[in-house]
Design a protein around this ligand. Structure first.
Ligand code: ADP
Length: 222
């Protein structure tokens, strides 16, 4: 494997509740590090849009804000991680249970790899509601926008690839509250798990996207 510059972590997990900015930060960081952005939410939405068996299995849970089964998520992750997990990755929305975290450790161990950094983005629910209700995403390249805070240059059209932007089916207040409740159950357990394992950093993410990128980069290069 090619030697990596020291002081830069490249095998990263971003933890955070719905609307914490982890998807936006993960996309930015993955591009900056030139590693894949592995979002299990995006993977599931792609399977659902394609109408695959796996997508059909996941559709009801994602629409209502509940977790899909560990087994299903792990099949997706193993397929996307590749054989050697090099030169790195940024996971977003995974792991979401301690069983998934243990499975990730195993998958990496089998590839002679391990995590360098787990970043926890902390935001209160009040800040998240406005973000989620205005959120728009590109179904083609995954870029995330906000109707007023981060609008595309041309209304309803992705700046990067020109596709028509969409609102996620689960981005409404009712499903958000369920997603937030679910996060309240798994989030603290995962934080406790990764605190024990080292390479853990936590940040106040109730800040602008640019400020968050700066904090994330500081933690990555620390
Ligand atoms: P959020 O903004 O709520 O973090 P995501 O795009 O990460 O949204 O996930 C959307 C939905 O996909 C979740 O509400 C859940 O149903 C499902 N999902 C995504 N990742 C996982 C996972 N690792 N384990 C179980 N379910 C998942």
């Amino acid at each position: 494997m090619e030697a990596q510059p020291t002081g830069k972590r490249r095998r990263i997990v971003l933890l955070g509740g719905p609307g914490s900015g982890k998807g936006t930060a993960a996309a930015w960081l993955a591009k900056k590090l030139a590693v894949p952005h592995l979002s299990t939410g995006d993977m599931l939405r792609a399977e659902i849009a394609a109408g695959s068996d796996l997508g059909r299995e996941a559709a009801a849970s994602t629409a209502s804000g509940r977790l899909v089964s560990d087994d299903l998520v792990l099949r997706l992750v193993a397929a996307h991680l590749g054989k050697d997990a090099a030169p790195g990755f940024v996971f977003d929305g995974f792991p979401r249970t301690v069983a998934q975290a243990e499975s990730l450790d195993r998958l990496l161990h089998e590839r002679a790899s391990r995590l360098d950094l787990v970043l926890h983005l902390d935001v209160p629910l009040a800040a998240v509601e406005e973000r989620i209700v205005g959120r728009l995403g590109c179904p083609s390249c995954g870029r995330v926008y906000h109707a007023t805070r981060m609008p595309p240059k041309k209304d309803g059209v992705c700046d990067v690839c020109g596709a028509a932007l969409q609102k996620r089916k689960d981005d409404n207040l009712e499903v958000l509250r369920e997603r937030w409740k679910v996060y309240g159950e798994w989030g603290p357990r995962l934080v406790a798990y990764y605190r024990r394992h080292g390479g853990f950093a936590e940040m106040d993410a109730d800040v602008t996207a640019e400020e968050l990128y700066a904090k994330v980069w500081e933690a990555t290069t620390a």
